[in-house]
Design a protein around this ligand. Structure first.
Ligand code: SF4
Ligand code: SF4
Length: 372
């Protein structure tokens, strides 16, 4: 009975969330100079010390709740759609639920990236109450090694708790590349995630500067198989041309929108391009204006061709879609110059929203329905 009630609540919340995600996407299409995604760092401290990581320390104090709230307010004023708590390990922050509540009160989508070690059923329930939208748990290997202790062996119990209690979306992120000793681990982890009803993503581990190390043949095959587990044609994770290209060691040409569509706000409240480009532009969030958002939208980043940072790539994909919808979809589905390879639901949407004679009417109706 309890399990059925949880499943029903999860479904209702999931439907409300899909609606908010559709609204966020529509806003991203409507306003090109508003941030789609911001990562904020409520604490730099981490309870682990993965050897490939340059994003943590073991002594920082958590940022005071009032200061985190001020930063969330500023991001909301800039029109940010999704605010992600990252770190360090955000579960170490003593006011985590209050922070999540504040993000939701400002009508942004609230997400969280964690190593999962501190999850308990009681904490999952509190995150449900705070109306968290989504949690990403990162798992690097099947058994702990000297590089990383984020292991399926250790974290499987946490995954089972999430499966039983969480009303929010759960994504398990596996990795291939530098520092990951067994390529098959990513596939094992992704399959376990799908068995438990979660989504999975796979990242290519970057080096200390956020840059690429080419993958071996088996690692590339594992990357492909892991991505294929995601079945929905509406999931951005399926379209990973950037990873396919980078995995061979080749450069990938794209326009990074960091500093505009994506913001990284460090523990000191400064806006940086991303975790690997701290200091650029390094402006206090309180002083970050529309002018910066416009300027950075167009700034060419020299680090882009070999960048593996998936969330910034995916944000940029939205602008590719916005600026060249048909060509972008054709590229994603591997049929440049032809729409024949697009799945039927995608073709219907393209006709309704982009190419069909009724597109203006349909777009207007969709905007009204989504309240933008
Ligand atoms: S758990 Fe995450 S933040 Fe902590 S050391 Fe590992 S990769 Fe870095
Ligand atoms: S390309 Fe963009 S996301 Fe990647 S490292 Fe450079 S600034 Fe960061």
């Amino acid at each position: 009975m309890l399990i059925r009630a949880t499943a029903l609540r999860r479904r209702v919340r999931g439907m409300r969330r899909r609606l908010r995600e559709a609204r966020a996407l529509a806003r991203a299409f409507q306003w090109p100079h508003r941030p789609i995604l911001a990562h904020i760092i409520p604490t730099r401290r981490c309870n682990l010390s993965c050897t490939y990581c340059n994003e943590f320390d073991q002594l920082s104090h958590p940022v005071a709740l009032e200061e985190v709230r001020r930063r969330i307010d500023r991001l909301a004023e800039l029109g940010t759609s999704i605010i992600t708590l990252s770190g360090g390990e955000p579960l170490l922050h003593p006011d985590l639920e209050a922070i999540v509540r504040h993000i939701r009160a400002r009508e942004a989508i609230a997400t969280l990236i964690t190593n999962g070690y501190l999850l308990t059923p009681a904490l999952i329930d509190r995150l449900n109450d705070a109306d968290l939208d989504s949690l990403q748990i990162s798992i690097d290997n099947v058994t702990p090694d000297e590089v990383s202790k984020k292991s399926l062996k250790v974290l499987d119990r946490k995954l089972r708790w999430l499966s039983k209690h969480a009303l929010f979306d759960v994504t398990v992120n596996a990795v291939v590349g530098a520092g990951s000793s067994n390529a098959e681990d990513a596939l094992t982890i992704a399959r376990r995630a799908h068995d438990l009803g979660f989504r999975s993503t796979v990242g290519i581990i970057h080096d200390g500067k956020g840059q690429l190390r080419p993958l071996g043949e088996r690692e590339r095959e594992v990357l492909r198989e892991t991505v294929r587990l995601e079945r929905s044609v509406f999931s951005f994770e399926r379209y990973n041309r950037f990873q396919e290209t980078l995995a061979t060691g080749a450069r990938y040409d794209w326009q990074c929108r960091a500093g505009s569509r994506y913001l990284y706000v460090c523990e000191d409240g400064l806006v940086h391009y991303c975790s690997q480009q701290r200091g650029n532009p390094g402006v206090p969030l309180a002083d970050y204006t529309q002018e910066y958002l416009k300027r950075e939208y167009a700034t060419v980043k020299a680090c882009a061709p070999y960048c593996t940072i998936g969330c910034v790539h995916r944000v940029a994909m939205i602008d590719d879609l916005r600026e060249r919808p048909v060509e972008t979809l054709q590229e994603w589905f591997g049929s440049p110059g032809s729409s024949a390879g697009l799945p039927r639901p995608v073709r219907v949407l393209v006709r309704l929203l982009v190419t069909g004679p009724e597109r203006r009417f349909v777009r207007g109706a969709a905007r009204r329905m989504l309240g933008i």
